[in-house]
Design a protein around this ligand. Structure first.
Ligand code: ZN
Length: 260
């Protein structure tokens, strides 16, 4: 079993590929990303890709919407918006996104008996069980949570404020003893100028009525399912705003401010 896992990981590393744009057939081991986190941090909130396109590339994912109108949750092939009032609504496929990442979720690894007193604790507990810190992982955790704290973001109007400013007054929501699903991704540290390095999770309640971007979580004896995702397709914007953007800086501190 261990040898099997090792050979899988080796082939996964060999397969690691970074591509740009272009259509390709559905690949269940591929994570498709639209735009980058630093571009979003720079205030590029104009939707460019439709939810229909995102859903063609995966059944689990996250992101945001045109004009930063809430947190995107893709689960079981459906796209939802966690609004800035904490309520979740289904999204029509013509709606556009300035940033999203999505994959077809297949379980490669289950991490059972997860107990965590915080988001940082959950991240550390998950990290201990990974075969490598250098791959991308998708996560799905259906369970009952002692506590979940989320946030969402309100729709913006031009001129757009920076996300680091918007989150200073972000609405947050708390649930206790709540059933639902945590979902999201873990990117390696070397991918930090493309996406959030480490775990980035969104939450949706079992009745699909509430949710958002996860700020904190507490749980006992839950099981997370992980999908090792050995290939990335990075789609870059062709908007004039992106083309002239200076992305030569280090986004680590800004990402910390907007994600935690
Ligand atoms: Zn988020």
């Amino acid at each position: 079993m261990l040898a099997l896992m090792k050979s899988f990981c080796l082939s996964a590393l060999l397969l690691l590929a970074l591509t740009s744009g272009g259509a390709r057939a559905v690949d269940r081991e591929l994570l498709t990303q639209y735009s980058t986190i630093p571009a979003l941090l720079a205030g590029l909130y104009d939707g460019e890709w439709s939810c229909a396109e995102v859903l063609a590339r995966g059944d689990l994912g996250l992101g945001t919407f045109d004009q930063l109108d809430g947190e995107m949750i893709v689960l079981d092939g459906r796209c939802y918006r966690a609004q800035s009032d904490g309520n979740v609504v289904p999204v029509v496929s013509s709606e556009k996104t300035p940033f999203a990442c999505v994959t077809f979720f297949d379980t490669d690894l289950a991490v059972s008996n997860l107990t965590a007193g915080s988001m940082a604790g959950l991240a550390a507990a998950l990290d201990q069980q990974l075969p490598s810190a250098n791959l991308v992982y998708a996560l799905r955790l259906d369970g009952t949570f002692a506590y979940v704290k989320t946030r969402s973001v309100p729709r913006q109007t031009k001129p757009f404020r920076l996300l680091t400013e918007i989150v200073k007054t972000q609405p947050t929501f708390e649930w206790k003893n709540v059933r639902g699903t945590l979902l999201g991704f873990r990117f390696p540290i070397f991918a930090k100028e493309l996406n959030v390095a480490g775990w980035h999770l969104h939450f949706i309640t079992a009745d699909r009525q509430h949710g958002g971007h996860v700020l904190d979580v507490r749980m006992t004896h839950q099981t997370a399912l992980l999908d090792l995702t050995p290939a990335l397709q990075q789609n870059l914007s062709t908007n004039a705003a992106f083309l002239k953007l200076d992305l030569g800086g280090d986004s680590t501190e800004a990402v910390r401010k907007v994600e935690k």
